[in-house]
Write a protein of this length. Sequence first.
Length: 259
Amino acid sequence: MKEGLSRRFISVWRRNLTVYRESWKVNFLPPLLEPLFYLLAFGVGFSGLINGVRYDGVDVPYPRFIAPALIAINIMNNAFFENTYGSFVRMYYQKTFDAMMATPLNAEEIITGEIVWGATKSLIGTLIMLAVISVFGLVNYPMALLIVPAAFLGGFAFGSLAMIFTGMVRTIELFNLPIFLFITPMFLFGGTFFPTANLPLWAQQVAWILPLTHLVDLSRELAFGRFGGEALVALCYLVVFCAVTYPLAIYVMRRRLIK
């Protein structure tokens, strides 16, 4: 039985990249237009109602407050949806994983390649969104450049989590459950559109457990041009989250692939 992880996982990543390049024009549009829509709807639409947001003891203009959160949401969505729906289709419907298992590739390499590809999609989307948001002067350089490697880390975290669900669900419709119960609450209450300090204490504690809260904190700190204690805590959380979810994803998916 083939075991262990080697650089062969790059071939899985390269295969997905080749497919992505065939439809790159369509994939290019969401991260290009999404920040524009959100900034127009929330940044401009709320600007007449909200003068600013009190964040970390400072009044921050609302568009500047939500811009880094939009990047974090993009990171989460790209990796999570790629490694749930995308990976499930390749595994269950297209039988791509079965074909790979007939090669020298093993389960660890296939799953790692899938997760790294999900993180890569998060990174690509972040580069596009940063370019758009930078036009509005909503991020501070050069510190904001660190959002790019943070995007890969966040993508790896959410990609690993997504692969756990992919290894567990039996039908593609069941992905609605983690999206409804996990992704949507983080999207709404993870410090994205208002500070978590506005929540009741119990809700703040729940939000702190969730990974998007820390990805938002890290993205926001870097976008504001600083790297203090809050950013360091968020970075450490994401690293530990990856260290837990990645091997768990390998374990669950390996059981799914090797009967």
